[in-house]
Design a protein around this ligand. Structure first.
Ligand SMILES: [Zn+2]
Length: 488
């Protein structure tokens, strides 16, 4: 069926994030190391598979498992021949229309440079067949009188391979771009497995609460410490109503940070504690937020600044009076906060002397330390109020004739409105609480429950970021299994 091709071999992965993700999906589906190695015969094979999967989805009865893949296609291509509500339900009628999407560019026809990659193309596509283009708000509208965008065969196949290489839901798609191609391939490969699972079992066959960030972090972890690589996640939604794009990024030092955590038993333990603490279940015990996925999200920063940081999450956990951390677990979580500050934020403050002033004041003042601890907790993140409390502590300790381990010069960086002062105050709080617990001052409101500790210890034995790198299809959606119930 293949006409002589006019295009050079290989497929370009361009800087357009949607085309790029599609090109990687084609490479994975063709079992090639990268898009450049994709041959014309590979394109034939991938196109044949796309046609079969699109046909199965388009003809699937509503409410069937196979219909879930139609929902995915509908989110990406809402007005295409395959997804339109008035599509033919007769296979013999629909099939040629789908096959025609991916036919080779014909020799002898007039050509234009492909909109994405620039190679000569004969086919001209409207937004109906391009993912995420079919919306009134997008800036992709053609000038009047222009029939469409020229798209080469490779890029047409890449466009429809997108849902295989993207992290898809029934209404959105998330793609990755990364400085290291190995991470892009890994992300795509895991999503191709996941796509097959959606087609076979539907979304109900996937674990709830999973997220693409955990897949990205596994891919970055696999890069090892010597390959700094920033990753960008682009999440698109297009349901013919309100399209949106959300962009989140990781910093270049994340592979190094993950390698440091992975290589240190106490840091690994801290990461698992974080995962367990972030697991959320409904009242029937079903996971609604996967701990590994929620922890992974903390390493991504939203472009609009609306994202939680790992440091503030750790602060919240360590500062929660109802949490009963053993000294070992508190020390591990505190160490994780400091390693993050050092490797990701480039900070390395020595907070022990200032923390000692506060801990001494809490421990040695008259009456029970509980009241002064609560007083400190109330002001721990406020620049001005923390400054006032430190002066008060300094004054009190001096009056009592005690050695004072730090003075106003030492805490000035913490109580100013300067970049990173807020982060320093969180790290100070973690240090104060650890010092107090080491001295035997009660910082937890309730005693540690040995049964809880036993259960947590069992769960801590699992690898961070989910269940390792086995071949199981379930792997990419893995969340804690039933044993985790009640541990968080
Ligand atoms: Zn192209």
């Amino acid at each position: 069926m293949t006409a002589p091709a006019i295009n050079p071999p290989g497929l370009s992965a361009t800087s357009h994030p949607i085309q790029r993700a599609g090109a990687w999906a084609v490479a994975v589906l063709a079992d090639r190391a990268n898009p450049q190695e994709v041959t014309e015969a590979d394109l034939d094979a991938v196109a044949a598979r796309l046609v079969e999967d699109v046909m199965a989805a388009a003809l699937a009865p509503k409410n069937s498992t196979a219909y879930d893949w139609w929902k995915v296609l509908f989110a990406l291509f809402p007005n295409s021949k395959a997804t339109h509500s008035k599509r033919p339900r007769d296979r013999a009628v629909l099939l040629p229309e789908i096959v025609a999407l991916f036919v080779p560019d014909g020799p002898g026809s007039p050509t234009w440079p492909c909109t994405f990659c620039g190679v000569p193309a004969t086919a001209v596509w409207t937004k109906k067949n391009l993912p995420m283009y079919d919306t009134n708000k997008a800036l992709n509208t053609l000038p009047p009188g222009v029939a469409g965008w020229p798209i080469c065969r490779g890029c047409r196949i890449a466009a429809w391979a997108l849902p295989y290489g993207a992290w898809v839901t029934a209404g959105s798609a998330t793609v990755l771009s990364c400085e290291q191609e190995a991470a892009e391939r890994e992300f795509s490969a895991r999503n191709v497995l996941r796509a097959r699972r959606i087609m076979q079992l539907g979304f109900d066959g996937l674990a709830a609460g999973a997220r693409p960030e955990v897949v990205v972090l596994r891919a970055l972890k696999a890069l090892g410490p010597d390959l700094p690589a920033a990753a960008t996640l682009w999440s698109f939604k297009n349901d013919n109503q309100e399209p949106w794009l959300r962009v989140t990024r990781t910093r270049r030092a994340v592979p190094l940070f993950l390698a440091t955590v992975e290589g240190n038993a106490e840091l690994r333990r801290a990461w698992r504690l974080l995962e367990l603490a972030l697991t959320r279940r409904d009242k029937n015990g079903q996971v609604v937020a996967s701990g590994p996925a929620e922890a992974a999200r903390l390493l991504f920063e939203a472009e609009d600044g609306r994202s939680r940081s790992l440091l503030s999450q750790l602060h919240q956990l360590l500062d929660e009076p109802e949490k009963s951390w053993s000294l070992r677990n508190r020390a591990a979580l505190t160490q994780l906060a400091f390693i993050y500050a050092e490797e990701i934020l480039g900070m390395n403050p020595d907070l022990k002397p200032v923390a000692t002033v506060i801990a001494d004041w809490i421990e040695y003042g008259s009456g029970a330390p509980r009241g002064r601890l609560a007083e400190y907790r109330n002001v721990a993140l406020s620049d001005y109020k923390l400054g006032a409390l430190l002066m008060q502590a300094h004054f009190r300790l001096t009056l009592d004739g005690r050695a004072v381990s730090a003075g106003p010069e030492d805490w000035r960086p913490l109580i100013q409105q300067r970049p990173r002062s807020w982060e320093q105050r969180m790290l100070l709080s973690a240090t104060v609480l650890q010092l107090l617990q080491e001295r035997g001052v009660a910082v937890n409101e309730r005693p540690i429950d040995p049964d809880d500790e036993d259960r947590t210890e069992r769960l801590l034995a699992r690898p961070m970021l989910g269940q390792g790198d086995g071949e199981a299809v379930r792997d990419d959606d893995c969340v804690d299994d039933d044993d985790d119930r009640g541990a968080a």
